[in-house]
Write a protein that binds this ligand. Sequence first.
Ligand SMILES: [Zn+2]
Length: 332
Amino acid sequence: MAGYDKTSGNIKEYLVSEDKIWSLFNYVFSDSCRKRNTYKFGLIKSLLDNAFNGRQTDKGVYYTYEEIFAKFAENYWNLVVKYDLRQMRPDGKSVYSRIETIFKDAVANNAIVSVLEFQSLDDLQKKSLIKQVSKECKRYVIGALYEDFDGLIYEFSLSDEGLTLSPVFSDFMLKYKSELERLNYYSWARFLEQVNDENALVRVIEKLELATPRREDLSVYREILRKEFEEDTCFYCGRKLNNKIHVDHFIPWSFVKDDKIWNFVLACPSCNSKKNNRIPTKDYIIKIESRNKHIKTSHDIIIETEMENYSDDVIERMWNYAKLSGMKEYVM
Ligand SMILES: [Zn+2]
């Protein structure tokens, strides 16, 4: 596999047109781009799911391998364990890719119930799985995808802790996040159709979408915001909150695909359900930014970890990109 033995690579050119990046993506999604397994789709999805977790550096936008492969592991946990979808074209030696084997072994050897969410596994198990996935991906997909994109999207070294997206590519990915997600699902599904039987393929696109699970229980955020920051009114309408308090994704989850405290506000059930899958009007951005300034001062370990990558302009950028992706505004 081209590039799979690469251990590092620099960004070959910083000024790349959107047309060029589209043509590279179209190539990667096409059958001409060789794929023995689905790792390339998995890596693209992990980068998209992590889109707003990067740190600006003088060279571009930096993501740690740990962040990237934690998402990757969670996605494959669902695809392999929960949905039983094969991820590799069988060859003479094996029918399962290494990553599938990692999860299948973990379930068999630790008597893990396969309906468990990845998030519910105990911390040591999660860490060990992410580590194994990371090792495999570093070896077989980071260099390969780098080559497929002609060395124009990121610079990396496998001995570092992470990789850096070129600024132009990072902007492109945010601007076309929804389109890229859809194209990636479509191409991934086409691959899966070649290696799975019909039963596994029922609602295959939905299974790919659900591979990044939406966290159901947000009570930990509710408690932090309520107790530590004494938020006792609805973020949107300002009415006093009673015992029914909803935790709302300021920028909807369907766009962000991530749960971070800086994107959560407390809302009354009425505002929360009326807002639904829409973005708030622009004037609320200032309000949440000043709220975030306040919680940034906390020394709570959950908050400190989640605020680590927070930058002052991230909400506004997310808002603009969500709007561009077609999200409507909710006018109160
Ligand atoms: Zn309200």
